[in-house]
Design a protein around this ligand. Structure first.
Ligand code: URA
Length: 272
């Protein structure tokens, strides 16, 4: 029997499904019971209890619905207090698991915390997870992450000698840029993350983490390759190097020479 849909129909449907997945819609909620076909002989209508919102239903929520559900409604000091109370990396990860101050949590599949060695001398902070990172719950595992791994390998670093995280811990739907509010909701945790790892060298990967964590106005093109100090809340400073984001280097391979110079500078700082 031939398929009722033509190959073109199937391709169009697949592309619509992919588009929704890219936009962060990972599952459709079940139809409310009232809209399902009802049997003819009905019993006396029963009062329905208010429905519990399932995780799948929350995943389809718009930013406005996420806010209405209580995500992102917490004052900034709440996140800062939770982050400060975390005395080690595991406690910080657990605190993020409990934290509902960032609206992105409502649409993400997973918390994307970190990968690599927490004892490493070098810590890299990227921007925000994408689709692959959201699915795996690990930062930099997609195409940009593969390039980042190659860049690190070129100076002898890997997951045993580097620690990799992001500024923002949940995927923005459709891989859009996180809003200021979303970044602000995550920043106390990122700051505490850096303070707890206390690397010998901090690498800020891309413009967003550079501008946010250094409070800089200039763009990454002006700041990359220039060592500066990141000031921790405990008063200590960490030598910090902004570099181009690998996603940018994929789009602009002609800039790779500058990234290579920056990597050599990092290698020199680490004593290699
Ligand atoms: N880009 C980032 O900045 N971080 C990731 O984890 C993936 C892509």
């Amino acid at each position: 029997m031939s398929h009722p849909l033509s190959p073109d129909d199937i391709a169009a449907l697949q592309s619509a499904v992919d588009w929704w997945a890219d936009a962060g819609v990972e599952a459709l909620p079940p139809l409310p019971e009232e809209t399902r076909p009802q049997p003819q002989a009905r019993q006396a209508p029963q009062r329905r209890e208010p429905q519990q919102t399932s995780r799948e239903q929350r995943q389809t929520a718009s930013p406005a619905a996420a806010q209405a559900a209580g995500y992102g409604a917490l004052p900034d000091q709440y996140g800062a207090a939770m982050a400060r109370a975390a005395n080690d990396i595991e406690a910080l990860k657990a605190a993020l698991g409990d934290y509902n101050g960032c609206p992105l949590k409502a649409t993400a599949r997973n918390l994307v915390f970190a990968r690599g060695n927490p004892q490493a001398k070098v810590m890299l902070v990227g921007e925000a997870p994408g689709r692959d990172e959201d699915a795996e719950g690990k930062p930099f595992v997609g195409e940009a992450g593969q390039l980042l791994d190659k860049m690190l390998a070129a100076i002898g670093l890997d997951e045993t000698s580097a620690y990799i995280t992001n500024l923002v811990f949940w995927r923005p739907p459709g891989n859009r840029k996180p809003t200021d509010q979303e970044v602000e909701a995550c920043t106390p945790f990122t700051a505490r993350h850096i303070e707890l790892i206390k690397p010998d060298a901090l690498v800020l990967v891309g413009g967003l983490s550079t501008q946010t964590l250094l409070g800089a106005k200039q763009g990454i093109t002006a700041l990359r390759g220039k060592w500066t100090d990141y000031k921790c809340e405990d008063g200590t400073s960490i030598p910090t190097l902004p570099i181009f984001h690998p996603a940018f280097l994929i789009r602009r391979p002609q800039e790779k020479a500058k990234a290579w110079a920056d990597l050599l500078s990092l290698k020199g700082k680490l004593g290699g």
